[in-house]
Design a protein around this ligand. Structure first.
Ligand code: GLU
Length: 482
């Protein structure tokens, strides 16, 4: 059996869209599952859409996610170069071969002429399709224009009758009438191939066995198959994939900051959580298992389980995955990752990040939520005395005032400022006063944090703040309550 070879063929036009990343992921998983090769090819023949740095973003993203390619621009391979602009000279001879065999022709129509004919067609309520005008030029006429240096493109000579069918592994049997096919441009005026041409030539030359890409190419595929047939080449197996959407009617959007891999990484989502969840957007393992490492995904992957309908990317669900990954993360790694987020609000204030990280790890759903959760340590927020009211803890502002008055001298008396000592001394004092723990610890927590929900309780927070700051905040609380 021939070795499976899949490719991810992004155009370097900006950040990597989640839909693109998922296409890469499925291509990678399928290749690895079949002990095949995963190839990275950069499709940059549309120079107008090229964005500086976008190729590096693609490399970094795939590497970040652990999807290493077997062949590609920077790692090389037997079928390079893997950047299409560097293969520019490869394509023209193939197009000329098609001209020879009558499957393509030179077109010299200018933009103005085409615009005119398009406008005329639209005025008649017709969809403009190139009218094969230049196909009728004689060989001599063509040669004369070429000799005179008239700018040209090369177009496919698509049939106007009959239909073209092919099979797609996800969408099944597809049939398109040939009269909808336009004579697409294969070689542009600048000598570059179009995507439509280059993808066929390269997929063939690179020995791609399975073409996995977005379903927006389903309707162009008949045109590609006509090219394969014209060359007498084997048609690859097609695996088209539905898009990744926000919901049934909305795309993921750049403006809403939910379209790109980098949007999520910058917010503090983990690559492994993104990959795990993304794999399940549009594919399922056939059981209710949810957690997979990349290796486990390779093991479980099956093209037959790719969904035909759009995958819905639910940020809440991703957040849940992320939380689970963070909770299970090695503590030292967590500490290293959370430190810059602590620094955003606590930098230079001398807090014990290690202890704070211990208290925060369980509560961290996404790293960008961390600063808001810890900034109270740096500065006591404004708070309402209603926070002192807590039914279950049996406190209200009045009870709280008494509790804080009781606790203040106790804290003043603690010399050995460790969590253990603070705990033991406080508990003893509460017991001696005949009070309930909650009725004292709740008010204390409110007074020193200014908020109802905190990482750790009153004791941990007091320790982190230090004795002096704890007492300062206690006094402020008492002042508020008087
Ligand atoms: N360069 C194309 C794109 O980014 C790739 C499509 C394909 O995988 O063939 O849309």
């Amino acid at each position: 059996m021939t070795k499976v070879r899949t490719r991810f063929a992004p155009s370097p036009t900006g950040f990597l869209h989640l839909g693109g990343l998922r296409a890469a992921l499925y291509g990678y998983l399928f290749a690895k599952k079949m002990n095949g090769d995963f190839i990275l090819r950069i499709e940059d023949t549309d120079q107008e859409r090229f964005v500086e740095g976008a190729t590096e973003v693609i490399y970094d993203t795939l590497r970040d996610c652990g999807m290493n390619w077997d062949e590609g621009p920077d790692v090389g391979g037997d079928y390079g170069p893997y950047i299409q602009s560097q293969r520019k000279d490869t394509y023209l001879p193939y197009a000329q071969q098609l001209v020879e065999s009558g499957h393509a022709y030179y077109c010299f129509c200018t933009k103005e002429e085409l615009d005119e004919r398009r406008a005329a067609a639209e005025a008649k309520g017709e969809v403009f399709k190139y009218d094969k005008h230049c196909m009728h030029l004689t060989k001599e006429e063509v040669q004369a224009k070429l000799d005179a240096g008239v700018p040209y493109v090369i177009r496919q000579n698509a049939p106007t009758e009959g239909e073209t069918s092919y099979h797609d592994e996800v969408f099944g049997d597809m049939t398109f009438p040939n009269d909808v096919l336009d004579d697409m441009i294969l070689i542009k005026q600048d000598g570059m191939p179009t995507y439509n041409f280059a993808n066929v030539i390269d997929d063939h030359l690179m020995g791609i066995t399975h073409v996995m890409r977005g379903m927006e190419y389903l309707s162009s595929t008949p045109k590609y198959n006509l090219l394969y047939n014209a060359f007498g080449w084997d048609i690859p197996t097609y695996i088209h994939m539905p898009p990744v959407m926000r919901d049934a009617t909305h795309k993921l959007s750049k403006r809403d900051g939910d379209a790109y891999y980098s949007d999520f990484v910058n917010k503090g989502y983990l690559p492994e959580a993104i990959i795990n969840y993304l794999a399940l957007v549009g594919w399922n393992p056939g059981n209710d298992r949810e957690f997979f490492t990349l290796e486990e995904l390779v093991e479980a992957f099956d093209v037959g389980r790719i969904n035909k309908s759009p995958g819905i990317f639910d940020v809440e669900k991703l957040t849940w995955f992320n939380w689970e990954y963070i909770r299970k993360m090695d503590f030292e790694k967590y500490l290293a990752m959370v430190t810059p987020w602590f620094d955003k609000v606590l930098s230079g204030k001398g807090f014990d990040y290690r202890r704070l990280a211990q208290l925060m790890q369980e509560r961290t759903e996404v790293f960008n939520r961390v600063p808001d959760m810890v900034k109270f340590l740096g500065e006591l927020p404004e708070y309402d005395i209603d926070l002192y009211t807590h039914k279950k803890m049996k406190t209200n502002p009045e009870v709280a005032k008494a509790a804080l008055e009781m606790v203040k001298p106790v804290i003043e008396g603690i010399d050995n400022w460790t969590e253990e000592t603070i705990h033991d001394v406080l508990m003893a004092a509460i017991a001696e006063a005949g009070l309930k723990n909650g009725a004292v610890l709740w008010p204390l927590r409110i007074a020193i944090s200014g908020q109802a929900s905190t990482p750790g309780g009153a004791i941990e927070i007091a320790w982190l703040l230090g004795k002096e700051e704890t007492l300062r905040r206690l006094d402020a609380g008492l002042a508020k309550l008087s």
